[in-house]
Ligand binder design. Structure first.
Ligand SMILES: [Mn+2]
Length: 293
């Protein structure tokens, strides 16, 4: 029996439009855990945290929620379960992947596949907006010099050579320069179109699993085409299609059961969704990944 824990990150304080904080509660009420259950799989939601203090600034809110995510991810992995963190904005990645990395019983590092329309790789110095959801990768790579580094203990959580971004089509020069300098692999949307998502995913899984303790998948729903994922704050035209993703998951992830360590879904905003299209996308892509692993 596969035991899945859905861990809510009910925080949108890293984004400009903060109402993605309501998404975990919405998906819980809609029955995501029940929809994922099968004879071989049980799924349950963990509890939201009680945030301490009143009138918290955005950064303190992100820090509290990320610490909670990190702790819950560690507890789930320790008990032999599989964590799926559900945001909330993409600042959550600092908590999710710090938790996974801290649970590794080996000196090998964590690989990461990051599906997103954006690079999320600003540092606090280069960010134009100061929104943390545009920076989580730089924190995971060991950049950053503020209170958020308390979560990663100021250490790199991932190494750039084992990081792959897929589906990028909107970014700023400083982000591209950082990833290029460090040697992370970026599969721009143009490359996905030219080579096919199947081939790109196969290569990404190889990179993220080679010489690592295992890998994670972080999915920003804005990596998908707005036709398949309208419910997010920063849609970008020309993204990954739901059907091609499910097909690519089947061909690239089969056989990696032991290697996939956790899954993260970020940036769903049900207030912007149309007929729950994005909610169903989330259910279907999570189910497809769980079927392979
Ligand atoms: Mn993102």
């Amino acid at each position: 029996m596969q035991r899945i824990s859905l861990i809510p990150y009910s925080c949108g304080s890293g984004a400009k439009n903060q109402s993605c904080r309501d998404a975990p509660g919405y998906l819980r009420r809609l029955g995501l855990a029940e929809a994922l259950k099968s004879d071989e799989l049980e799924a349950r939601w963990l509890d939201d945290i009680e945030v301490k203090g009143k009138n918290l600034d955005d950064i303190s809110n992100v820090v509290q929620h990320c610490f909670n995510l990190k702790n819950q991810v560690q507890d789930v992995l320790k008990s032999g379960g599989f964590p799926i963190t559900i945001g909330g904005d993409h600042s959550m990645a600092i908590g999710t992947w710090a938790g996974v990395a801290d649970s590794l019983h080996t000196r090998r590092k964590l690989g990461l596949i990051w599906i997103d329309a954006h690079m999320d790789s600003h540092t606090s110095e280069t960010s134009h907006s100061s929104n943390v959801h545009g920076m989580p990768i730089s924190y995971l790579l060991g950049y950053g010099n503020d209170v958020l580094t308390d979560i990663t203990l100021g250490k790199p959580v991932i190494v750039p050579y084992q990081l792959c971004l897929i589906g990028v089509r909107s970014f700023e020069a400083e982000e591209a320069a950082l990833l290029d300098k460090l040697g992370a692999k970026v599969f721009m949307m143009d490359e996905v179109r030219a080579r096919g998502l199947n081939n790109v995913m196969l290569e990404a899984v190889k990179i993220a699993s080679a010489h690592t303790a295992g890998f994670g998948i972080s999915i920003d729903v804005d990596g998908f085409d707005p036709a398949d994922a309208p419910g997010t704050g920063t849609t970008e035209a020309g993204g990954i299609l739901k059907n091609e993703f499910i097909e690519a998951v089947q061909s690239s992830l089969s056989g990696y059961k032991e290697s996939l360590l956790a899954l993260e879904i970020a940036e769903y905003n049900h207030h912007l969704d149309k007929d729950n299209i994005t909610a169903y996308l989330i259910k279907d892509i999570v189910a497809a990944i769980l079927r392979c692993c």
